[in-house]
Design a protein around this ligand. Structure first.
Ligand SMILES: [Zn+2]
Length: 119
């Protein structure tokens, strides 16, 4: 995984790198091909991070659609929050651009904190 980051950091901004991290983490959470998790994300939360697919319900009391506008991805140790529109990468907003070392810890934290992950 470290190697992947090194290979990508030469020509990719941290925000684009963060997008690919979120895709990998989503696939790890929900590897079922029919879930399209690398495109849409997955729903999961633990002490390190939370992730939630774009919500279409438009209910006022929904944490994602209502006034609280919960992020679609939140890495708790760095406080970095990400929102996207319908699928990962589209109309993506980041609370602040992550540094490359933060990208690395987001990936490590997320993958190591998902239980029963392969490897
Ligand atoms: Zn909703």
């Amino acid at each position: 995984m470290e190697k992947d980051i090194d290979a990508e950091q030469e020509h990719r901004s941290p925000t684009v790198l963060l997008e690919s991290i979120i895709r990998s983490v989503s696939e790890r959470i929900d590897p079922s091909p029919q879930s399209w998790s690398s495109k849409y994300g997955a729903n999961y939360e633990n002490e390190k991070f939370s992730i939630h697919r774009y919500c279409w319900c438009e209910e006022e009391n929904c944490p994602w659609c209502g006034p609280s506008e919960m992020p679609n991805f939140h890495h708790k140790p760095t406080g970095i929050k990400v929102w996207w529109y319908k699928y990962i990468g589209r109309g993506m907003n980041v609370s602040r651009p992550p540094t490359l070392s933060e990208c690395s810890s987001i990936l490590t934290d997320a993958l190591s904190s998902i239980p029963n992950s392969p490897e």
